[in-house]
Design a binder for this molecule. Structure first.
Ligand SMILES: *[C@@H]1O[C@H](CO)[C@@H](O)[C@H](O)[C@H]1NC(C)=O
Ligand SMILES: *[C@@H]1O[C@H](CO)[C@@H](O)[C@H](O)[C@H]1NC(C)=O
Ligand SMILES: *[C@@H]1O[C@H](CO)[C@@H](O)[C@H](O)[C@H]1NC(C)=O
Ligand SMILES: *[C@@H]1O[C@H](CO)[C@@H](O)[C@H](O)[C@H]1NC(C)=O
Ligand SMILES: *[C@@H]1O[C@H](CO)[C@@H](O)[C@H](O)[C@H]1NC(C)=O
Ligand SMILES: *[C@@H]1O[C@H](CO)[C@@H](O)[C@H](O)[C@H]1NC(C)=O
Ligand SMILES: *[C@@H]1O[C@H](CO)[C@@H](O)[C@H](O)[C@H]1NC(C)=O
Ligand SMILES: *[C@@H]1O[C@H](CO)[C@@H](O)[C@H](O)[C@H]1NC(C)=O
Ligand SMILES: *[C@@H]1O[C@H](CO)[C@@H](O)[C@H](O)[C@H]1NC(C)=O
Ligand SMILES: *[C@@H]1O[C@H](CO)[C@@H](O)[C@H](O)[C@H]1NC(C)=O
Ligand SMILES: *[C@@H]1O[C@H](CO)[C@@H](O)[C@H](O)[C@H]1NC(C)=O
Length: 411
């Protein structure tokens, strides 16, 4: 029969037969070796993907040099890799969708094979001791939504190829030793909600392209070595609720539109080299702001009166600048917990300078009131006796305050 078939059919059936034989041989080999998972892999593309995932996980494991809690011991052939600790798969394809190994005292470097986990949506390796660089291969994780690498010992630069992970919503890399610049290409991640590079050694300036991240709610770049200006483009981030660039070496002026970011809850530009002049009639339109700090900069001018409308403030910090003039009324700030205006040139050295203190009598949460090293004059007002008993720290030294300390202070 076989001989009578046209040549191509016979070849086809021959090769079919050969493959069939190979599968049988492979399967029996597999059964012998107890390696079912790997061997079944030759059957279909789905399973082939699954082999790639298994190999990537084994490569991840191979780079782990420290595992005090013996977490990786469970990653062995006695169970399918979808059952390994910290691994989650999708049911249909048996592909890895999550790799989560946080707070497990793991150390090691990050294998570039992780970039082959093409179904990965969530990678969380926070609070371990992973070191060396973040591989550019992470840019191949096209389904990645959450990248959480905070609090490790990662060095090198932020991989620019992450810009290809267009599904990313959370990028958290706080407390590592990352250096170099923030890649401008991250401005392409249009789904990004959090960008958190706080506490690294990043340099260069904030890329203007970040102003294109229209979904961004948190931009946390504090405690780095960033320089340059605050890009004007950031005023477009109308959904931004957390903006912190504190503890860098950023200079220039604050784009005036930043004071109009009406979703802001935390605004922290403290401890930089920011200059410019505030005006008492500057409109600060931040109805939800809870934390506002411009401390330790070189800002001159007056404290804007509009800050008195920010009735959700817990922390208001203008300390260590070159501000002068009057303090605004603070009577609406009844949630205030810390008020710092020390080390400025506030007040006129005259009676009346301290009237603003009496606008704080209804701030029942106030604990810290620091007005020292200014130019406040006059007699310390009696209303201090009506201050909330929550006050723990009252610093008024190095001013031009006269007369006697009111008896009511004992309250
Ligand atoms: C293999 O993993 C299982 C849990 O999945 C664990 O109980 C077993 O001890 C591991 N085997 C070895 C040799 O570590
Ligand atoms: C996975 O990634 C590594 C390193 O990035 C690469 O060498 C390898 O060929 C990739 N592919 C598969 C199918 O494992
Ligand atoms: C950082 O991770 C270590 C474990 O490596 C943990 O003990 C520490 O609490 C973490 N720190 C923060 C701030 O999460
Ligand atoms: C990084 O992205 C570039 C441009 O898409 C690509 O050519 C390169 O192969 C990527 N690198 C890695 C290691 O994936
Ligand atoms: C910053 O990160 C280092 C580790 O890189 C850590 O020891 C330190 O506690 C972190 N500081 C803050 C303020 O989070
Ligand atoms: C922001 O996006 C627009 C449109 O996609 C683009 O033309 C522009 O160059 C981007 N801006 C920056 C600063 O990257
Ligand atoms: C801004 O936030 C609102 C409310 O959370 C949301 O409906 C809207 O889609 C966000 N805008 C963008 C561009 O993400
Ligand atoms: C602030 O917002 C108001 C109202 O939305 C607008 O009229 C004003 O031009 C904005 N100011 C700046 C500096 O962006
Ligand atoms: C405070 O808010 C009210 C109501 O929105 C507004 O009319 C007033 O002009 C604001 N005051 C300042 C100083 O911004
Ligand atoms: C404090 O609250 C009382 C009672 O509500 C009110 O009469 C008084 O005007 C308030 N004082 C200030 C400075 O807000
Ligand atoms: C303290 O508050 C009470 C009640 O509001 C008021 O009568 C009194 O005058 C206040 N004392 C001072 C010194 O402001």
């Amino acid at each position: 029969m076989l001989m009578e078939l046209p040549k191509k059919y016979s070849e086809a059936s021959n090769s079919f037969f050969l493959v069939y034989l190979q599968v049988i041989i492979l399967l029996s080999y597999c059964n012998l070796q107890g390696l079912n998972m790997f061997c079944l892999a030759t059957k279909s593309p789905v399973i082939r993907g699954s082999v790639t995932d298994q190999l990537a996980l084994l490569q991840f494991k191979a780079k782990i040099t420290g595992d005090q809690l013996k977490i990786m011991e469970s990653w062995n052939s006695s169970s399918h890799f979808c059952q390994w600790r910290g691994v989650a798969c999708d049911r249909k394809h048996q592909r890895v969708t999550k790799l989560e190994q946080q707070f497990l005292k793991l150390s090691g470097s990050l294998s570039p094979y992780i970039g082959n986990l093409s179904f990965l949506k969530g990678l969380n390796l926070a609070n371990n001791n992973f070191y060396n660089q973040i591989p550019q291969e992470f840019g191949r994780l096209r389904r990645l939504e959450t990248l959480e690498l905070s609090n490790n010992s990662l060095t090198g630069e932020i991989p620019s190829n992450l810009s290809a992970c267009s599904m990313l919503t959370f990028v958290h890399m706080r407390s590592n030793q990352l250096k170099g610049e923030i890649p401008a290409s991250l401005g392409l991640l249009s789904n990004l909600i959090h960008l958190r590079f706080y506490n690294n050694s990043l340099t260069g300036s904030i890329p203007p392209s970040l102003g294109n991240l229209s979904s961004l709610k948190e931009l946390h770049l504090a405690l780095n070595g960033l320089t340059g200006n605050i890009p004007e483009t950031l005023v477009r981030l109308t959904n931004l609720s957390f903006f912190s660039i504190g503890g860098n070496a950023i200079f220039g002026i604050v784009p005036v539109g930043m004071f109009n970011l009406s979703s802001i809850r935390v605004f922290d530009i403290g401890v930089n080299k920011i200059q410019g002049t505030l005006h008492s009639d500057l409109e600060i339109t931040m109805p939800y702001v809870e934390f506002f700090s411009v401390r330790e900069n070189q800002i001159s001018g007056q404290i804007p009166i509009s800050i008195s409308n920010a009735s959700n403030l817990n922390v208001l910090d203008f300390a260590v600048n070159r501000l002068s003039g009057n303090m605004p009324s603070l009577e609406k700030l009844d949630k205030l917990y810390k008020l710092f205006v020390s080390k400025n040139r506030l007040g006129h050295g005259k009676e009346g300078d301290l009237n603003f203190l009496c606008t704080l009598v209804n701030s029942t949460k106030l604990e810290y009131l620091y007005i020292r090293k200014n130019n406040f004059g006059g007699v310390f007002p009696d209303c201090v006796s009506n201050f909330s008993s929550t006050i723990m720290f009252l610093a008024v030294g190095w001013n031009k305050i006269l007369g006697r300390i009111p008896d009511g202070i004992e309250n």
